[in-house]
Design a protein around this ligand. Sequence first.
Ligand code: ADP
Ligand code: MG
Ligand code: ZN
Length: 472
Amino acid sequence: MEWETVVGLETHVELNTKTKIFCGCTTAFGGAPNTHCCPVCTGMPGALPTLNRAVVEYAIRTSVALGGQIPPVIRFDRKNYFYPDLPKAYQISQLYLPICVGGSVAIQTEGGERDIGIHEMHMEEDAGKLTHEEGRTRIDYNRCGVPLLEIVTEPDFRTGEEVVAYLEQLKSMLTYLGVSDCKMQEGSLRCDVNLSVRPKGSNALGTRTELKNLSSFRAIAKAVEVEAQRQIKVLEAGGMVVQETRRWDEDANCSYAMRSKESVQDYRYFPDPDLPALCIGADTVAEAERSLPELAPAKRQRYRTAYGLTAYDAEMLTVTPIFAHYFERLVALEVPPKEAANWMLGEVLREKKEQPNREEIPLAPEHLAALIACVIRGDINRNTAAEVFSAVFWQNGDPLVYIQEHGLQQISDTDAIAAVVAQVLAEQAQSVADWKAGKQKAFGFLMGQAMRKLRGQGNPQLVRRQLEEQLK
Ligand code: ADP
Ligand code: MG
Ligand code: ZN
């Protein structure tokens, strides 16, 4: 029998607001354990939550970008469970009236573009972090109360590749919206995979399992493949899939059962009496729609049509908003778009690979634009420009000052070049004879010799022209 895999995703995104969702504690990552805490986020009796306005703004912005409906009234609910990472013994979340209902994310698949449906998105608080070592468990409440968006899709994925494509789109969207940095390694983007299989052609959903502890896109793609195979094996042997939560073990490439899946009743959800319902006016939503920034897909389209870039260049330039904004700064500084793209995808990318953990581009776009202008004017040649670039990039040095101080201006003085070329031809009689006998390679050698005498600063077009003339 042929089987079809069905996946729905629950993604938790940590918002990059300065403070937590219901208190003024910092959301900064790291910090000594239990130092970013107060009575509210550690659940002390009598402490009352105050909703952080920025969290709601971020959530509205995200709902609008997802194309979902924002209900006119939203509310927070208590999700009750008892576990040491949650000192209140309930998590403030949203069940009945979440901030976003519906919406979709377009992904590219082998068969073309496809929309992944969004079931709903809600705001909630994060829990603390447990570490288990030497038979003891330690608890750090710094993460308690960090704002999260949970984005739940419809069961619309059929392959692990589709899941990864969706996550890439989502990550791009959230970083362009400026609501999260989406760093999987720091836990600011976490996903749970819900997966079932069914006979191909069937419309009914099979029994699903939920996979947790997926720490990279690669792990997610692998987990989907392995879990689908596991379920198919169970079913083909005449067994039944047990609805349960399973933990993915990245090193062993397999999952094992953690606990039977709890149902919504187990959490005894009810509206949080400490937090009033919130009315979200049509004007607020309209304003969010108006001020939505341009997202990556629209930028890609515009780079191709307005700037004539290739699909590949447009794709590469929009991978992160930092890159795209830098590119747009260069263009605003009157660097020809194609030239700007070449520099960014050549020299800038090459330098950035040296320090992959640094996100910003240290060299001011004004400096790079000035350097590119030098090349275009013919003040320096491209090879020299690349050297200058490497020298000033990380310190944000002024390339014009560097060129001055190191005497790197290109030599475009025809008489000087003619004299050097004549000297080279006199010295390299053998190569001249080779060239006259038809050996093309000899030309490159003579060119190299002349450039060497000019300390690499000769204008290549002029050197070439002189050589051609004097060899006639
Ligand atoms: P819960 O609240 O128990 O986590 P939900 O009904 O909210 O469950 O669904 C969570 C996720 O699981 C959603 O993304 C949904 O699309 C997906 N899902 C639900 N049922 C199935 C199924 N049978 N197979 C695959 N995915 C499913
Ligand atoms: Mg769930
Ligand atoms: Zn606090």
